[in-house]
Design a protein around this ligand. Structure first.
Ligand code: SF4
Length: 318
């Protein structure tokens, strides 16, 4: 059986695509601790990129649930071990439980998230209500809500903002990776409903800038591939932005998600990634695209003019 390459596919990785500083820092802190032989645990997914976590697990990272912190059977596992606090933070009671269990704390909470946590603490102390624009199940939002001591609410849509019960003194802030456009619209709507609303735009500048970068990148591309974890909010946002400008935009976790029927010879393919996507995953996609072979018609089928059935070759990749 003969294989031929998809000829002259022109693959470009977006030069500005890289993990955000908070994720980069958390990965470096995990690698440093693991390199020094420490046993390192994280609560759930350290970042929203399963394949990068699997790489760190091979170096010795262990994922546990918060419940395990109070499991007596884990006592010996926690000796001389550390808990890495992910970039988007953990609720304070989880950190306290980890300390009580004897774990050392490696605090990889992104400084931007730490700032939001401090702001929430101060305002709750002063009796303010807290509204957080974001997803209720996002680790950063769970951590912030924990600090509101029952006086907070998560808003994930304009409808929820319209129906929210408002206190006179309310602080409105955002999950760092929330959609900046949604945050802006919710600010506008709530400002018209309450005079004592205080707004702090805690959406991350890195995420906002990436939203703009991608618009320039998708121009002149026939196909755009956005690489990242399924649960990554910012990756979904990038994908949605790109798709508005280019319908031929696809979201992938890795090479196994590539559908070869998307491509034609000679196309310009743009590869980019979210804030939790390491560069090796972008390079891996480029390599898969550049080295892909399609089967040459093994039956020697010919069309009515004696040409080869190219459609058959496309439908039977590898
Ligand atoms: S997205 Fe921004 S706020 Fe969130 S971890 Fe990354 S750099 Fe920090």
């Amino acid at each position: 059986m003969i294989s031929v390459p998809l000829n002259s596919m022109n693959v470009t990785i977006e030069s500005k695509a890289r993990p955000c500083p908070g994720v980069e820092r958390a990965i470096t802190m995990a690698e440093d601790a693991l390199r020094h032989g420490s046993k390192v645990f994280s609560i759930g997914e350290m970042i929203h990129n399963r394949r990068e976590i699997d790489r760190l697990k091979k170096l010795g990272l262990y994922e546990i649930t918060a419940e395990k912190l109070t499991d007596p059977q884990m006592k010996s596992d926690f000796e001389e071990a550390s808990l890495l606090i992910r970039a988007h933070g953990e609720p304070q009671h989880v950190i306290d439980l980890a300390r009580s269990a004897g774990l050392k704390i490696i605090n990889a909470t992104c400084p931007i998230v730490t700032h939001s946590q401090t702001v929430v603490d101060q305002h709750v102390e002063d009796g303010w209500g807290i509204f957080i624009v974001g997803k209720p199940d996002h680790p950063e939002v769970i951590g912030l809500m924990d600090r509101t001591r029952g006086n907070g609410m998560v808003i994930s849509s304009l409808t929820e903002a319209k129906n929210a019960d408002l206190e006179e003194r309310t602080l409105l802030l955002a999950q760092s990776t929330a959609n900046p456009d949604l945050f802006h619209d919710i600010c506008k709507l709530l400002s018209s409903r309450i005079s004592g609303l205080k707004i702090m735009d805690t959406t991350c500048r890195f995420i906002r800038t990436r939203q703009k970068d991608i618009q320039g990148f998708v121009e002149n591309k026939d196909i755009v591939l956005v690489i990242g974890g399924k649960k990554s909010s910012n990756c979904r946002l990038l994908y949605e932005k790109a798709r508005i400008l280019n319908e031929q935009t696809y979201r992938l976790r890795g090479p196994d998600d590539i559908d070869w029927t998307w491509f034609k010879d000679g196309e310009r393919v743009g590869v980019t990634g979210g804030a939790s996507t390491p560069k090796w995953q972008l390079e891996e996609i480029r390599s898969s695209l550049e080295n892909h072979k399609i089967k040459k018609n093994p039956k020697g089928l010919k069309n009515s003019k004696g040409g080869k059935f190219l459609w058959w070759m496309r439908k039977n990749p590898k």
